[in-house]
Design a protein around this ligand. Sequence first.
Ligand code: FAD
Length: 397
Amino acid sequence: MLSLPPDTDVAILGAGLAGLSIASWLIDVIPPHASAPRVHLLEARQADTNDRTWCFWDQQPHPFRKAISHRWPRWQVRFGNQCVEREDAEHCYSLLSASAMRRSAYAAMATRPEFDFTRGVDVGTISPQDDGLHIATSQGGLTSKLVIDTRPPQAAMLSSHEGVWQVFHGVEVHCPDHGVSPSTACLMDFQTGFSGVNFVYLLPLDDHRLLAEWTCFHVDKTHPDCQRLLTQQVPPQLSDWLNKRLGTQWTLSRQETGCLPMMPVVAPQLNPRYLAAGIRGGWMRPATGYMFASCQRGAADVARQIQRASQTGRWELTPPRLRSSALEWMDKVFLQALRQSPEQAPGWFMQLFERTRAIEQRRFLGDEPRLSDLLAIMRGLPAGPFLKAAIRLARHS
Ligand SMILES: Cc1cc2nc3c(=O)[nH]c(=O)nc-3n(C[C@H](O)[C@H](O)[C@H](O)COP(=O)(O)OP(=O)(O)OC[C@H]3O[C@@H](n4cnc5c(N)ncnc54)[C@H](O)[C@@H]3O)c2cc1C
């Protein structure tokens, strides 16, 4: 059995995107020769898997820039014969693999003796004590002055009646000559003949490799239909699509699957020493399922708060404010409209991408919109269904 220290200054529960982003930002904000708080990461998994890739518009500084493996200056959306394409060579749509992100974070942590990382620890309950929080784990307990909890949210924390589940299955395939333009990421290629919204996401990784994902939505993750989608329907649909597009010359090299809660999260609160972060803290954008950009802003904010706490001895954290009320409201209206009229969504997206500029799209989807971008997005969407959704939302709130 592993032995944990009896206490630490900061415990980070879960070493996924949020946990490792906070650790990496903390190393960035602590001056090299200054003393740092003792930080202990506790992770349930014994071993890492390259089980996901993060894509995002690379618009703001973050600790993983050097680990980005692919950049696409152009992005497009497609529906039948229609295609809308936009370009921004200065702020490319970018890909960071889970392996590269972890390598970067582990290398940074190895430079600071104050950072400790234990794998194979299942974290259980957290209870307040006089001088901190007690964390019960499968390897015994430890006490920490601050706890940052990035474990996945429990069902009760999700406002599932306000959103949908994004169900997707992706494959990285090798194909001698796929013929897809290497500089263009296809964000959505809408598919017809399936129930609800279905689209393929296609990223050319080089002349011989592609990442392709099939995405659809369901209102209830626990419903057997949703499980069937994930395991029995979406994977063969994607294979058929690849066969039609590439012929049978492709071979599978990696897969990724997800069922993401596109809905508001009510982050748990315990006391000011405890902070829920990552998806658990509501850091993922409900309307898109993107989290990377807001996660970096949240992680930077939390890292600065930890550094301040260790200097002042006031061990308290405040949840970072990641989105404006206007953006939160727009996301809620969008999700309501998607729940009400999913069959119309491909048309809305095509119209939106057609009527807005690259800069407005990347700032809005990249979670950093200005007021002018929000107005442009509103103007780009059809008024009728969104007004209906806004009214319904107002009635139920
Ligand atoms: C396949 C996939 C692809 C995605 N692609 C994108 C993308 O392109 N762009 C984007 O912005 N977002 C993407 N997302 C959404 C989101 O960014 C990721 O889900 C992200 O990993 C969420 O970060 P997190 O830290 O909240 O959770 P995670 O990264 O899942 O980290 C949580 C950690 O907690 C650990 N844990 C769980 N229970 C315990 C326990 N009891 N004790 C200790 N540790 C525990 C887990 O093992 C895990 O390591 C994707 C998600 C998936 C699943």
